[in-house]
Ligand binder design. Structure first.
Ligand code: PMP
Length: 338
């Protein structure tokens, strides 16, 4: 029988899909590594399994222990899936800018979630960094994976994401584009691709405008999971040949286009990475093969990016959608007939 004993076996080995519509008219091939195919719905499954395996080996995580982590959701889901298989408890700490749907998902997997304010500095006692530190100290048998310092985060990408992309493109990849959050994805994948290609593959980071990676000061932006106000240890500052800053508006408009035109219902950091990839494509040679990593799916963003009113409220309004235009016409008709 073709049966898997656990979802954990299905982590990684995600497909590479051509972006047909949003890259129309662009000569280089633009290929998306679609990470929502992971069982937890995001790229973070890869780091969850690798970090937990290593903690079990080192004895940092003991049977019946508790995993405590500050996570905007995706890492939490990956950790929760592995934790369920192996009998650990999970306590996650999230900033309040995270969509409620994402927090509800963590709770649905049986995790406990503590929500903290976004608008405080990282060293403030209520920041999600401080609260998770305190919980990790005060909970018996607690282990904090700390995706911002854990070397197994970039290592998981060096061992899985990088080799998969190299094999899938038969070594023809010329550019790799990914958003930078902890920096694990770009640092691990980037290092593998640079090594295997003898330095030929160019590594391009995508960053929300205002974040430190593209020269900002950490000014608030709304794109989730990427950008930082601090420099995490998991980010290799030498890995990027270039870092492209993308506005929230451009990221979100592209995120909506990906769903409508290429049927890829993905998150806001995916739109951001695709905008950066298309900017790279605009100046790359015609025979370039550009791989852009799409970290997660879009269902966690339905009440934000995919909600017309939310987009307009935040000044990200785009051309009226067909539905909105129809509503508009009907409203004017009704007003005229009354
Ligand atoms: N996009 C989303 C939605 C994420 O959750 C993350 C992880 N924080 C990233 C992009 C960036 O990945 P990394 O942490 O590996 O840099």
């Amino acid at each position: 029988m073709q049966v898997h004993d656990s979802l954990v076996e299905l982590m990684g080995n995600t497909p590479l899909v051509r972006l047909r519509k949003v890259s129309a008219g662009v000569q280089p091939q633009v290929l998306a590594k679609v990470e929502y195919f992971n069982p937890g719905g995001s790229v973070k499954d890869r780091i969850a399994i690798r970090m937990i395996d290593a903690a079990e080996e080192s004895g940092a995580l003991v049977p019946g222990g508790t995993i405590v982590e500050p996570t905007s959701g995706n890492t939490g889901v990956g950790l929760a899936i592995v934790a369920q298989e192996r009998g650990y408890r999970c306590v996650f700490v999230c900033p309040d800018k995270v969509a409620k749907d994402k927090i509800d998902v963590l709770r649905a997997y049986g995790a406990e979630v503590v929500v903290c304010p976004t608008a405080v500095s990282p060293d403030h006692p209520d920041s999600y960094y401080s609260v998770s530190d305190r919980l990790a100290r005060e909970t018996p048998n607690a282990w904090k994976p700390d995706q911002y310092t854990n070397r197994n985060n970039p290592r998981s990408h060096y061992e899985t994401t990088g080799p998969e992309i190299w094999a899938q493109t038969e070594g023809r990849i010329t550019h790799f584009v990914a958003g930078i959050g902890t920096g694990g994805t770009i640092s691990g994948t980037g290092r593998y691709l640079k090594e295997v290609s003898g330095g030929r593959v160019k590594i391009i980071g995508a960053d929300p405008e205002g974040s430190v990676y593209s020269g900002g000061t950490g000014r608030p932006y709304l794109t989730e999971g990427v950008g930082e106000d601090i420099w995490p240890e998991t980010y290799d500052r030498d890995i990027c040949d270039e870092v492209v800053a993308v506005s929230d508006k451009d990221s979100f408009v592209m995120t909506r286009r990906l769903a409508r035109e290429d049927a890829l219902l993905v998150g806001g950091s995916c739109g951001m990475a695709v905008v950066a990839a298309l900017r790279v494509a605009a100046t790359a040679p015609d025979d370039a093969v550009i791989v852009v990593l799409l970290p997660d799916g879009g269902r966690g963003y339905l009440s934000k990016i995919f909600n017309d009113e939310w987009m307009v409220q935040h000044g990200f309004g785009e051309q009226p959608t067909t539905e909105a235009a129809v509503r508009d016409v009907l409203a004017r008709k009704t007003a005229g007939s009354s």
